[in-house]
Design a protein around this ligand. Structure first.
Ligand code: ATP
Length: 443
């Protein structure tokens, strides 16, 4: 349990107060465990996804991207095993208060965590996590469809299309990011576990390994690549731990899985997964081997390594890692690349039209290239603190020196740039600001 002003409460309250995350459907009394991302949240979320996409889909010459449907032919889920017991969690219910729990997450020999009744749990039954819907007007069995529980299957079923059009040779990977849905028994812990969430997944195809080391080398490369990503995202590495998942606990398709766990305030929990899925998926989807080696002419089913990342769990780990209290001020020390605003522009005083006009000119020029905030209310100190709290890395103040009305001629057309993390200030020429920001953000 976290205290009333523990790190989670602080993050949840900051997220709501500043427009990162709102409780879902609040106007209608809410929808349990659903969340909407506000003006700043959508920027942070998009920046996370963009950074991941750039790093893995665009910058590597052994990767391509895909955007497949969320609703696929239901046969996909039969073949992938998701409609069977493999993709189900054990459900128990308290006979007294009817609260439902995941049997693998509680000790069923102990009293109910909700009402305290003893020995009151039902027998565990397997509960499938697929979220069902109907396509078209008739709600009948023939029209049943499912929202995807992972983005991966869209990649597998397009494997041949991608191969034929991109002319890739093994090894190569396919990246896809997008919504996934799971009918979770016990969603909760803010945005950590929800029924609607986003994944960023890679399926990295390799030749069928002749020896154990062959796939393990790729696995190790991806383990390192995930570590590099964790650093880029500004997630506190000292709070990330790798857990080797035992044989009986792995997903139905996996031959090896490592969970990257993060020390969330509510416990050490899965942030990301890295799995070796073997040829399970391609073999199930393709009757004939879908790949032919250009040199040997041999046809086979490639194997696959899968780094799977949750967007919201990243979002939460990034916020928790960057949150700091420093001499009475709250600072989000976000990596500049992920910060919703790259800079904020202030006129020193809001009642001096010449200052406001000059600041507006600078703001408009920067806004054409970066997400930039404008603030002309209250004193400068308060404006700095308001930007620190949402992670804006640079504050730019236009003062009388900028106008050439005070200071020397050498200060004319320069502005004060203040750094979020140190509070240090320097003068920068107004016409060099875009260059300055670009270098500082994308270094
Ligand atoms: P858990 O054990 O926490 O239920 P999982 O092992 O079922 O997770 P995977 O199937 O490996 O999760 O999914 C890959 C990634 O998708 C996870 O590492 C996580 O980041 C994210 N994820 C999975 N389920 C959820 C969810 N209900 N809400 C938010 N993110 C999720």
């Amino acid at each position: 349990m976290t205290s009333a002003n523990g790190p989670m409460e602080k993050i949840v309250s900051l997220a709501k107060r500043r427009g990162f995350v709102f409780p879902g459907s609040e106007l209608y009394g809410g929808l349990a465990n659903s969340w909407d991302y506000g003006p700043l949240g959508v920027e942070l979320k998009n920046n996370i996804k963009r950074a991941w996409w750039e790093r893995f889909a665009e910058r590597r010459d052994d990767m391509v991207g895909l955007d497949s449907g969320i609703v696929l032919n239901p046969r996909v889920w039969e073949v992938s095993g998701h409609l069977s017991a493999g993709f189900a969690d054990p459900l128990v219910e308290c006979k007294h208060c009817h609260t439902r729990f995941r049997a693998d997450q509680i000790d069923v020999s102990k009293p109910c965590g909700n009402c305290g009744a003893k020995g009151a749990f039902t027998e565990a039954r397997m509960f499938n996590l697929m979220l069902k819907t109907f396509l078209g007007p008739a709600e009948e069995q023939a029209n049943v469809a499912y929202f995807r529980p992972e983005t991966a299957q869209g990649i597998f079923i397009n494997f041949k299309n991608i191969l034929d059009t991109s002319r890739r040779q093994l090894p190569f990977g396919v990246a896809q990011a997008g919504k996934a849905f799971r009918n979770e028994i016990t969603p909760g812990n803010f945005i950590f576990r929800t029924r609607e969430f986003e994944q960023m997944e890679i399926e990295y195809f390799i030749p069928p390994p002749a020896r154990e080391e062959d796939w393990n080398d790729y696995f190790e490369e991806w383990r390192k690549a995930m570590r590099e990503w964790i650093r880029e995202a500004g997630i506190d590495e000292s709070r990330v731990h790798e857990a080797e998942i035992g044989e009986g606990e792995r997903a139905h398709y996996s031959r090896r899985t490592i969970d990257f766990e993060f020390e969330y305030p509510f416990g050490r929990k899965e942030l990301y997964g890295l799995a070796y899925r073997g040829d399970f998926d391609l073999r199930n989807h393709f009757k004939e081997p879908p790949y032919r080696d250009a040199q040997t002419g041999e046809a086979f089913w490639p194997h696959v390594i899968e780094p799977s990342l949750g967007v919201e769990r990243t979002f939460l780990a990034v916020l928790l890692s960057s949150y700091a209290e420093d001499g009475g001020r709250v600072v989000l020390k976000l990596p500049p690349k992920l910060a919703p605003y790259k800079a904020a522009v202030f006129p020193l005083l809001s009642n001096k039209p010449a200052l406001v006009a000059k600041a507006r000119e600078i703001y408009d020029a920067l806004r054409a290239r970066f997400m930039v905030a404008w603030d002309d209310r209250g004193n400068i100190g308060k404006r700095y603190y308001a930007q620190d709290e949402i992670g804006t890395p640079y504050c730019i103040t236009v003062d009388f020196d900028t106008l050439g009305e005070e200071g020397g001629a050498d200060l004319k057309d320069t502005v004060t740039v203040r750094r979020r993390d140190t509070g240090a200030q320097e003068r920068v020429r107004a016409d060099k600001l875009a260059e300055f920001l670009h270098a500082a953000i994308y270094r």
